[in-house]
Design a protein around this ligand. Sequence first.
Ligand SMILES: [Zn+2]
Length: 74
Amino acid sequence: MDNNKRYYFHGDIIEQGKYFCARCDLKVDISHYYEFVHNADDVGDEDIKRFWSMQKAGVPKGYFRPKDAENYIE
Ligand SMILES: [Zn+2]
């Protein structure tokens, strides 16, 4: 049943010390978020605003995200 792929929000922890960057679509170290303009607080960053609104809309069909998923932003 590979229908249910894990869906990562921007900032979700993938594994110990590794996080998902929705902007770059990469598994990154925590320092990645501070090296670039990657903060949801940065209202000038259209990409991140778009990612956050997508995330608020929920997880796409065929994917799942645990309710207790860890995210560095939260
Ligand atoms: Zn990034």
